[in-house]
Design a protein. Sequence first.
Length: 485
Amino acid sequence: MTSRAPVAALALLGAAGCMVGPNYRRPEVVTPPSFGELAPAAPAAGRSDAVADGIPTAWWTTFDDQLLMSLVTRTVQSNLTLQQAEARFLEARALRRIAAADLWPQVAATGSYTRERTSKNGLSLGGAGRIFNLFQAGFDANWEVDVFGGNRRAVEAADASVEAAEDDRNAVLVSLMGEVGLEYVTYRSLQQRIALGNQNLTAQQGTLDLTRRLFGAGLAPELDVQRAAAQVATTASTIPLLVQQAAQTMHALSVLLGQPPMTLQEELAAVGPIPKPPAQVAIGLPSELLLRRPDIARSERQLAAQTAEIGVATRDLFPRFFITGAASLQSVRASDFFDWQSRLLAIAPSFSWQIFSGGRIRANIALQTATQHEFLAAYEAAVLQAFQDVEDALVAFSHEQATRAQLQDAVRANERAADLARRAYTQGLTDFLTVLVAEQAVFTSQDTLAQTERDVALQLVALYKAVGGGWEAGAPAQEASASGS
């Protein structure tokens, strides 16, 4: 009988190439040859001829703003949300090692010493009232022969989960870099709007002083003085809210860096320009989007992992085979413990098969299959959402550029009109209401232009984020920071 045990074990190993459950195939997705908002048939006012193929791995460098570059680098190194994503990645790797351990024999070392005295008043095969010792040490081993591939499917699922966790970390990187860009551009825009508000407040205060002098000389009615004072107060009232918003944005940037809210107060105190987009913007091709967007890659890997889980569940329909063995030394005398005759060897092939479970196994297979269908729909939805994000960002970026060009013309015209109105008023050639309207138009158009300059930059950040740019440059810095800690 013992000579047949190794033969049976070899037969089981030969059958171990079988794997239950479906084999995974990446879903096929049809991609357009180009993005629709870049098509030649698009309206001229809604197109940007500055969009090209290819995408920079570190898109924030295209703004040529050293502080923005520094903020992105520091965010990658110390952001707490990113550290959580990195921890989830390490958790997935550890779970993969746990799953892979089931493919190998489990070996344990044992050792014991027993000293026993038999009872004189009880039943004793060795004689009443005897004292004896038992020394024992050896190894126990247990191995499940993965005949139907359930354990290998579990490792396959774990491998895909590790890759999904890595893609999740990259998705967090893309989101964080976009958020830093958004907050920084917003902060610089608020600084510009505060500066414009103070600049217009100074000009309007000059107009109020002039009106008061004319009123004192009897050359202007008190109504003009009150109107000028009201305009000064109205403009002044807009500045505190902008200062509040700038402070809150600075707080958000500091927290993104994993620092207390006031950390960047001194560093961001000096007024800086709104980051300007480069002359040419590169976004790549639609076919590259599926490879670049980490959220799509994460969704696809989750689908792969769930497909393998169907195999793990299906394994329970079949018997499971085990080989258990033991090798030890046993002796009642310490002097004979290492004698060859003290050896004890055992091998015990076995199997178990769940014959009846009330439908639990098939219900679990149905559950895993339905979950796979859910992940497939989620993957397809992620692909569609990615294409929508890019198209939305393209049309917004193009139209914001067109709006900016028109507002620049409007600001120049309003500034010229306000200058002419002030001169005409001092010469008595027009009424004061004309001056007020002209000055208010200047302030409104300048403030709107500053917001549009912000929106152009924000839409470009959104476009880079939509095409999944930046994680390649951010991941090495994040990994270097993790290894250094």
